[in-house]
Ligand binder design. Structure first.
Ligand SMILES: Nc1nc2c(ncn2[C@@H]2O[C@H](COP(=O)(O)OP(=O)(O)OP(=O)(O)O)[C@@H](O)[C@H]2O)c(=O)[nH]1
Ligand SMILES: [Mg+2]
Length: 476
């Protein structure tokens, strides 16, 4: 793990775009090969988000090709944020466009030599490819550039490793890392320290620690067993939870959409939120009270990203079970992101993979405080247009950070949950039934209250479970 006193590693980013796949034309202009010197490239993600939010952010939703990929530029923006989240400093960037991938080295040898020169001139410690590399591609590239090369999956694994706090999270990341490293063992001595991650984690003295595949296999088996134990415990906890009829709402969405911030606002708790990507790895579950006074459980969980490495999806299966078991999915989107629609499409495909795409869902557009009034309007317009298409899906606009729209959001959650649904009733309760009145006060939403001859006449929305206990006083 990166030692805070240690110098931040300098990363050189390489964006790659192939014309044969991906979206036609590419709406935004990219030079075929651009080298950006460190200082400018190192602009932080926050400014890049703020700066681009004034552009065609929701126009992307106009596109009928909902599954369209990110442009190489969007993708490089994301890689920059990922690299920063992994604790690296951006030393420079290079974008390469070509017709198709070069089987052995992904991009041409001449370009690789150019990259080697450019990265050396800014003293980069590591070169990050905005693409997945096969084990042999990675080896071949390293041979040419003579610098450590990390691909997108390994970078994401690094971030996960840095952010895992619980034993469960750490086990899941370790499993994914081991599975990533296994096919990469052949042909070079891999240090065990490298298995721990790529950025800032080179082992002490570069010792050759472990090359024996069998030992790694044994470790994989062991970790899987431990994850199984954790899953069993979670299942027991869930059973205990589910024995009480309380609905659970799972917050899902692209990394950095603001799930934890919203979770904190809704449950008045204090889960860490951060502009770094994948701040949350371990699921947290907290109770909250809805306007109907019903209790509900919210669960905050790991964010999604496009091309989520498959090893991670399977390693995080235990965590993602919370999503599969939820009564309602609350899908949080960053309305200020220029690629919000693309991110939503990615979230959709992960939900499909989890077989959670058919669950009742509430869509939340977050960070509306970052939008200009005009942009908010167009957000509303595009909602109206998409509404039929989305088939009764509901979209609420909020700012989790500024607390805008949260009561509407809770009302909507209330309306969507069937469990112990409240019903509007009139009650006549003797004033001396203090305990019953207190119960009603605590668990029902009371609209009016009158006192008549020792009786309290109330109009309230009360959940069915409570009405069963107050049956004798219900008048209509
Ligand atoms: N301006 C603004 N910023 C927000 C809002 N909600 C969240 N943010 C910021 O967005 C960043 C990401 O927020 P998080 O709540 O950590 O996002 P997340 O979806 O939990 O991210 P991961 O756990 O990394 O997947 C933080 O810097 C938040 O302060 C909002 O409504 N408005
Ligand atoms: Mg989070």
């Amino acid at each position: 793990m990166l030692n805070p006193s240690e110098r931040r590693e300098r990363a050189f980013l390489v964006g790659v775009e192939f014309r044969t796949k991906g979206r036609a034309g590419g709406a935004r202009k990219t030079n075929s090969a651009t080298i950006t010197p460190g200082a400018q490239a190192a602009r932080d993600h926050a400014t890049s988000v703020a700066a681009s939010s004034s552009s065609s952010s929701f126009l992307a939703a106009d596109s009928p090709d909902f599954s369209s990929d990110f442009t190489s530029e969007d993708s490089l923006d994301e890689l920059r944020a990922l690299a920063t989240s992994a604790g690296a400093e951006i030393a420079g960037e290079f974008t390469q466009r070509r017709d198709r991938p070069e089987p052995a080295t992904l991009i041409g040898k001449g370009k690789l030599e150019e990259i080697a020169g450019a990265s050396a001139s800014v003293s980069a410690d590591v070169i990050l490819f905005d693409h997945d590399l096969s084990p042999s591609q990675q080896r071949n590239i390293e041979r040419v550039v003579d610098t450590r090369v990390i691909d997108r999956t390994q970078l994401i694994l690094d971030i996960f490793a840095r952010h895992a706090r619980t034993r469960e999270g750490q086990l899941q990341v370790e499993l994914a890392q081991l599975e990533y490293m296994l096919p990469r063992l052949a042909g070079r001595g891999v240090e065990m320290s490298q298995i721990r991650g790529g950025i800032g984690t080179r082992g002490p003295g570069e010792t050759q620690l472990e090359t024996d595949r069998r030992k790694i296999f044994r470790r994989v088996r062991h970790v899987k067993q431990q994850i199984e134990n954790v899953r069993r415990i979670r299942a027991q906890q869930r059973q205990r939870r589910e024995s009480v009829p309380v609905a659970t709402v799972a917050l899902v969405g692209y990394t950095n959409a603001g799930k934890s911030t919203l979770f904190n606002a809704l449950t008045k708790s204090n889960v860490a939120s951060s502009s770094r990507m994948f701040a949350t790895l371990d699921p947290t579950i907290r109770g909250a009270e809805l306007p109907s006074k019903r209790k509900v459980l919210f669960s905050d969980t790991v964010g999604f990203i496009r091309h989520l490495p498959h090893t991670l999806v399977s390693a995080f299966r235990a965590t993602l079970e919370e999503v599969q078991r939820a009564t309602l999915i609350m899908q949080v989107s960053d309305a200020s992101s220029p690629v919000s629609a693309e991110q939503d499409a990615q979230v959709e495909s992960v939900l499909k993979e989890l077989e959670a795409d058919k669950k009742p869902r509430l869509r939340v557009m977050n960070k509306i405080d970052l939008l200009l009034p005009k942009q908010r309007e167009s957000l509303r317009d595009s909602d109206l247009r998409d509404h039929d298409l989305l088939n009764h899906e509901q979209i609420i606009h909020v700012s989790a950070a500024k607390g805008i729209g949260l009561s509407t959001l809770l009302d909507r959650v209330d309306a969507l949950l069937d469990e112990d649904r409240p019903r509007r009733v009139r009650l006549r309760i003797p004033q001396k039934e203090g305990k019953m009145l207190a119960l009603l006060e605590a668990r029902a939403r009371i609209y009016s209250r009158q006192y008549q001859d020792g009786l309290v006449v109330l109009e309230a929305d009360a959940p069915a479970s409570l009405l069963r206990r107050l049956r004798e006083w219900v008048v209509e």
